[in-house]
Design a protein around this ligand. Structure first.
Ligand code: SF4
Length: 257
């Protein structure tokens, strides 16, 4: 009798779990299959990218960098410091750093040991100190103490690659010359099927190239910032919150985690 009850309970629980799976499956198909087709053409992908942008605008109308700054130089230094760190950590360090070294001249002439102590909590502090001091030396010697406003000039600064240059140009100078691709944007571009020529989510150069093709140029800065916010708040690396994600209907990876 006890064995029969156990068997019945087992069968019941199997039934419940299979019903649950069925319900989830149907929820998945109703939320994804409608809009994302398996064999999406480039034109369809571009159209979907436009819809993604519309949703992002509703979600993050004022998407901006979380790095605190009051000048192009401060944003440049804060962006260098943000590599492999969090914006919150950088925001704790920069007020003290900028109070002690307010200009490019001051930073160019700084003692590396003093800067290293100040920025230690952001990680990779020796390399970052070198980049900051050397970038400021070039800003002083070659650009008269002012942060240059073109990508060609910015990437000449030590420690400054396209990502940092795009942040400064788009966020401070309001120039859409590229899309910022950090770890969040790389991951989201991949999950959202917005990149086709990259090998993985760390292939920043190719991902940026793809995003520049499917988003209108005047939206490049917004696209970067809003994807970063969505990556932080919803589409997190380990546990994306697909159940509450407003992009789920447009996302080929929805509920796959
Ligand atoms: S949270 Fe889920 S549905 Fe939303 S973008 Fe990320 S993977 Fe796609």
């Amino acid at each position: 009798m006890a064995a029969a009850n156990k068997k019945n309970r087992g069968a019941k629980s199997k039934k419940t779990s299979s019903a649950r799976k069925k319900a989830t499956k149907s929820k998945r198909s109703s939320s994804t299959d409608m809009i994302v087709s398996a064999k999406e053409s480039p034109a369809e992908r571009k159209k979907r990218a436009g819809k993604i942008l519309t949703v992002l605008k509703k979600l993050y109308p004022n998407a901006d960098s979380a790095l605190e700054r009051t000048s192009a130089l401060q944003l440049l230094i804060a962006t260098i410091l943000s590599a492999q760190s969090t914006d919150a950590t950088v925001n704790k360090v920069t007020p003290v750093l900028f109070a002690g070294y307010p200009t490019a001249n001051d930073l160019a002439a700084a003692n590396p040991v003093d800067i290293e102590k100040m920025i230690k909590s952001t990680g990779f502090f020796r390399q970052k100190t070198k980049s900051i001091i050397n970038a400021c030396k070039v800003i002083v010697e070659k650009f008269g103490g002012r942060v240059p406003e073109t990508i060609e000039e910015l990437v000449q600064l030590p420690g400054v690659a396209r990502k940092t240059a795009n942040v400064v140009l788009g966020t401070w100078f309001g120039k859409n010359v590229g899309v910022v691709v950090d770890t969040h944007v790389g991951r989201l571009a991949y999950r959202l099927g917005l990149t086709w020529s990259s090998k993985d989510s760390k292939d920043a150069e190719k991902i940026e190239h793809d995003l520049m093709q499917i988003f209108p140029q005047k939206q490049w800065t917004f696209a970067g910032h809003s994807l970063i916010w969505h990556g932080r708040l919803v589409c997190q690396a380990r546990k994306p919150k697909c159940e509450v994600c407003k992009l789920a209907k447009l996302c080929p990876s929805a509920f796959e985690f």
